[in-house]
Design a protein around this ligand. Structure first.
Ligand code: SF4
Length: 284
């Protein structure tokens, strides 16, 4: 877990899975891939295997050991609902989030059909928890709008959209049942531009539907120059956050031990011994 995050809408990151494969145009300049590939082959580094997908069961219990309440972006360096992550492992991640409920979790995916399926079955206990926020990415109409429909059909207590990198006017969004929308432009070398009218359209739709709106950044090659003001102000809204009491230290440690031990059961041993996966991508 990283205790501090530079991402504007979270406090910390937790990565019980590392690595991913590209699935849609929003992935083209994936920051996680760029970061991870920098360390490929560096002996002993967490990203020694670059961006190859792999499970990190030794990280599973981390939020239980971190006792100061945080807003935690789950799998900032991967996608929890990637096809190669077994259901049993996703369930273990969800159990940790349900147990360490003094934190707020932000789970974001581009694999929307799978999040719908699991939140409405195996993960329904976690879907209903108000301290776990479930979101999908929306970069354009073709890929983004169907993801919103998958998310809307879940029983999640809190649903959000990450409209980033916004690559075109997304048009009319169905924000019924959506609690939070983040908008941002792409940043870094080769960043694709985002027009102001697209952002204004999403903001105004959020206003009309009573959805919390967070404007992350304009992006561009130098995002520190373009900043994050829209019409002269920042937008830093969040959904209502529930705050549960922190468990006593002894209980936290014993729960963490139980989770770590349960990782050694038959199913997860198999999972943790999976070779890392490097898959071909159509969006490289
Ligand atoms: S889904 Fe997310 S983590 Fe995976 S390649 Fe795309 S942008 Fe990167």
């Amino acid at each position: 877990m990283s205790l501090d995050s530079a991402i504007e809408w979270t406090d910390a990151t937790w990565n019980p899975v590392r690595g991913c494969t590209k699935i849609s145009p929003g992935c083209k300049h994936c920051y996680a891939e760029t970061f991870a590939e920098r360390f490929r082959g560096v002996k002993g580094h967490p990203y020694e295997q670059g961006f190859d997908l792999r499970l990190v069961p030794e990280k599973l219990a981390e939020p239980l050991r971190w006792r100061a309440p945080k807003m935690i972006f789950v799998n900032s360096m991967s996608d929890l609902f990637h096809d190669a992550v077994p259901d049993a492992y996703i369930l273990a991640v969800a159990k940790v989030m349900a147990a360490a409920n003094w934190h707020t979790y932000q789970v974001l995916t581009k694999r929307a059909a799978r999040i719908q399926k699991l939140l409405n079955s195996t993960l329904s206990f976690a879907a209903k928890q108000p301290h776990i926020w479930w979101g999908v990415s929306v970069e354009n109409k073709k890929y983004g709008l169907p993801r919103i429909e998958h998310l809307r059909k879940t029983d999640a207590a809190v649903r959000f959209l990450s409209v980033e990198p916004l690559l075109e006017d997304p048009g009319q969004l169905n924000l019924g049942g959506i609690d939070w929308v983040i908008v941002g432009g792409e940043s870094g070398p080769g960043a694709r531009p985002m027009k102001k009218e697209w952002v204004v359209s999403v903001r105004d739709q959020c206003r009309a539907s009573g959805t919390a709106f967070f404007f992350k950044q304009w992006g561009g090659v130098r995002k520190s120059v373009t900043g994050r003001k829209l019409d002269g102000r920042t937008y830093d809204e969040f959904p209502n956050r529930v705050q549960y009491p922190v468990l006593p230290a002894g209980e936290c440690l014993s729960l963490a031990d139980k989770i770590t031990t349960s990782c050694a059961d038959a199913r997860l041993v198999k999972v943790s011994s999976l070779p890392s996966l490097r898959l071909a991508s159509a969006f490289g």
